[in-house]
Design a protein around this ligand. Structure first.
Ligand code: SAH
Length: 516
């Protein structure tokens, strides 16, 4: 078998969007991914469904996998012929032992590529509003590891040189040795009033910043029980934070929000949360797919075969449009065969989807974007004996075809897609819910409530509702809220109006009124 290939990829400091395009491409074509705790779980969603995932970081109950074992794992996977991504926090060659992993690969003659990443040494200060250089204060920066035992650190770092070598000193893995590091820098000439900032879990919802000086920061860290991982920034540029702080000032900063919508539909909600400084965590519990039953498939083919007979095609969802066109493609049907049909769309989103395919709908309701509004708009134009094609999902309501039938219109319903529960694999969702690291859970339909409860059950949670009570609950409308309440969930936020915009606004208001 041909040898595979290993990509040593920098995942960036935490915010999943800080991976590089090349890094993302590697993930998307991998057969196996080897990762540790600094990699954002959201990134693992990008791997193909067949890919094997190997966690080699620390777990509460056991130590991290040894470096030799990681090296061996990478070699073995590549020898199996797989495309492997070794996903590493920040940049793979900055204190990540990426150099050793690359060496092991080189020694075994395994092809590899290095995909540099955004290092926490620069990005984490940036998210705290601290530039590592500034024309007025620092024309260089030095990045140090503070990891070693203090004695070893003293032999590894020439403090006399380091103290004066650069305007800004950035220390990674240095929280435990902070006191020692500060003393050495002061002994070698850095003034005790030099500003220092520690930034913990930078670029993530958990980002916290603690400021002090070389003289007092170690005491402050102890008092605040400030835990690693953190980046330590030492130097005058720390003062710029007062003016340049930006991330921590966003309205949803610090809030991690679970998005349970179907993959294709989650984007808009996630993007809005992200823009407002929150951290969307997508866990789609719904999936759409082509209908499984051969009877349904046959009915669709038969309905499309009579394309010329329809007076109307009525689209009541974006998915309906999307799947309708997939079916046209699969049946080799040309859209122009529907030349007699007028086209109706339930609302602006559905209309947009049609326009993107070169079809401008004849009818779109003015304000009520649901079946009732669409029917009001259409009813003047329909006559007994007309035929209407309704490409929909299997869960669509019967109301519209029934009303059309009442007017003597023959409504041909085809379930071009079906909606099924999904429970994607995820090794951190339950852990993060337990630890209170998911702050809000959003539900955009009753089925998202039912399915999340079921998905948590599948992940081995005994009391899913109890687990979800650790988070705040936001629902898109009254019906969804009732469903959630029936499971014993305490719904803190109900959108008004019942749209994604309304939901986002309600979440922002909720947190504006809540204490941090
Ligand atoms: N290769 C990584 C560094 C690995 S060493 C990089 O280029 O960023 C691990 C150390 O990096 C941690 O102990 C911490 O000091 C720092 N670090 C990485 N990500 C961080 C984050 N999001 N917030 C704070 N510190 C981080």
């Amino acid at each position: 078998m041909a040898t595979g290939k290993v990509y040593l990829v920098g995942a960036g400091p935490g915010d999943p969007k800080l991976i590089t395009i090349r890094g993302l491409e590697a993930l998307r074509k991998s057969d196996a991914v080897v990762y540790d705790r600094l990699a954002a779980p959201q990134l693992l969603r990008e791997v193909p469904p067949h890919a094997r995932l190997y966690y080699v970081g620390k777990r509460p109950e056991r130590h991290a996998t040894k470096q030799d074992d990681i090296n061996r794992l990478l070699v073995e996977l590549a020898l199996e012929g797989l495309t492997v991504t070794r996903l590493k926090g920040g940049d793979p060659f900055v204190f990540g032992r990426g150099g050793e992993e690359a060496e092991a690969l080189a020694r075994h003659g395994i092809p590899f590529e290095i995909v540099p990443g955004v290092t926490s040494a620069v990005a984490v200060p940036a998210y705290a509003g601290i530039p590592v250089t500034h024309r007025d204060a620092a024309s260089s920066f030095l990045v140090l590891t503070g990891h070693e035992h203090p004695d070893k650190l003293d032999s590894a770092v020439r403090w006399d040189k380091a103290a004066g070598a650069a305007g800004t000193i950035v220390v990674l893995m240095g929280v435990a040795n902070l006191d020692h590091i500060c003393r050495r820098l002061m002994e070698h000439g850095r003034p005790p009033d030099t500003p220092v900032a520690l930034v913990r879990w930078g670029t993530r919802a958990e980002q916290r910043t603690l400021e002090g000086t070389l003289g007092d920061i170690a005491r402050k860290v102890k008092e605040a029980d400030f835990k690693p991982p953190a980046v330590i920034v030492i130097g005058e540029t720390v003062r710029w934070r007062r003016e340049l702080q930006w991330f921590e000032r966003k309205p949803l900063f610090g809030r991690r929000v679970l998005v349970t919508r179907a993959k294709g539909q989650a984007g808009e909600l996630s993007a809005r949360i992200d823009e407002l400084g929150g951290e969307p965590y997508e866990y789609p519990v719904i999936e759409t797919r082509l209908p499984e039953s051969e009877d349904k498939r046959e009915a669709i083919r038969a309905a499309l075969a009579r394309a010329e007979t329809y007076d109307w095609i009525i689209f009541t969802s974006v998915n309906g449009v999307d799947y309708f066109f997939r079916w046209l493609g699969m049946c080799g049907t040309d859209m122009r065969r529907f030349h007699r049909a007028r086209v109706a769309a339930v609302g602006p989103k559905t209309a947009e989807e049609l326009k993107s395919r070169g079809i401008v709908p004849d009818t779109v309701p003015g304000k009520l974007f649901q079946a009732e509004g669409l029917f009001d708009e259409m009813k003047e134009h329909v006559r007994p004996g007309m035929r209407a094609l309704l490409p929909r999902g299997d869960l669509a309501r019967d109301w519209l075809p029934e009303e059309l039938a009442r007017l003597g219109v023959e409504a041909v319903e085809i379930d071009v897609y079906e909606t099924v529960p999904a429970a994607p694999r995820d090794d951190r969702l339950v852990e993060w819910l337990e630890q209170g690291r998911i702050h809000m859970v959003t539900f955009t339909s009753s089925s998202t409530v039912h399915n999340l409860i079921a998905a948590l059950g599948k992940l081995g949670v005994e009391d899913p509702a109890g687990l979800l009570r650790k988070a705040d609950i936001a629902c898109i409308g009254a019906v969804t809220a009732e469903t959630a309440a029936a499971y014993g969930l305490d719904v803190g936020v109900i959108a008004n109006p019942s749209t994604i915009d309304g939901l986002v606004k309600a979440i922002v208001d909720y947190y504006a009124n809540a204490k941090r």
